[in-house]
Design a protein around this ligand. Structure first.
Ligand SMILES: C[S@@+](CC[C@H](N)C(=O)[O-])C[C@H]1O[C@@H](n2cnc3c(N)ncnc32)[C@H](O)[C@@H]1O
Length: 229
């Protein structure tokens, strides 16, 4: 993983390496004309790149502001996130919660627990964010719902299973967002690895599902925005 040993300069390099199907100059321009990250999110972004494994998993500035904006448009009472990582996207989504609303976020990485809980505490939103550690496949069947907004952003292999486990917990007019549905452009490649096949199958599954309408947005690594009819 290339980096220069400091927090400065790491993020543009990695953005270029990992999301190279969108021109880096276009990404930078889009970020310049997008509202800045709130200070805590900027810090989480930099600290994640400095000291956490696989930092490119973090949503980042542009996508984070998009998630925040979508959440503010929906003003959800209940949000579910599958794949917390360092808490960045959960905090973006939580910005749009309706008064009295709750966000549940799931992750199975115990090593990040202390860091994530600290960030949630620092945000002042720890009372509305319910962070649950464990395998999402085991937790989801027992979550009652309904959820007005769901973000699927965990292991690609299980995207189809996550979709099946949550679709009945979304009311008519509710939304599911699924991240990484362009998988760095690999969805177009003839030779596909396991994760690429899983992402393609997920995209096909959503396309074929008459209960929903959807838009595949080429933001960062691709976001499938799904609305339950
Ligand atoms: C792409 S990262 C999430 C990034 C985060 N949403 C963000 O934008 O900042 C994916 C996360 O899913 C978690 N994950 C993978 N498989 C999981 C599973 N079966 N159950 C719960 N979490 C899982 C990983 O530990 C990782 O932290």
């Amino acid at each position: 993983m290339p980096h220069d040993g400091t927090s400065q300069g790491i993020i543009p390099i990695l953005t270029k390496v990992c999301m190279d199907f969108i021109q880096p100059e276009i990404n930078r321009y889009a970020e310049q004309y997008t509202s800045p990250e709130p200070p805590l999110l900027d810090r989480i972004n930099h600290e994640t790149y400095k000291s956490v494994h696989m930092p490119r998993m973090l949503s980042g500035h542009l996508q984070g502001r998009f998630l925040s904006m979508i959440s503010k448009m929906i003003s959800p009472h209940a949000i579910l996130e599958i794949g917390t990582y360092t808490g960045y996207s959960a905090l973006c989504l939580a910005e749009g919660l309706a008064t009295g609303g709750k966000l549940i976020t799931l992750d199975n990485n115990e090593e990040l627990e202390v860091r994530v809980r600290n960030y949630f505490r620092e945000s002042g939103r720890e009372k509305v964010i319910d962070f649950r550690l464990g395998n999402a496949l085991e937790i989801l069947p027992d979550l009652p719902g309904p959820f007005d907004l769901i973000l699927i952003d965990a292991d690609k292999e299980n995207y189809g299973r996550y979709y099946d486990l949550v679709i009945d917990k979304v009311p008519s007019g509710g939304f599911i967002l699924a991240d990484n549905v362009l998988w760095s452009g690999k969805v177009l490649k003839a030779k596909a690895d396991k994760d690429t096949r899983a992402v393609r199958e997920f995209n096909e599954k959503v396309k074929a599902d008459e209960r929903v309408e959807q838009v595949l947005l080429p933001i960062r690594d691709g976001i499938m925005m799904i609305r339950k009819n």
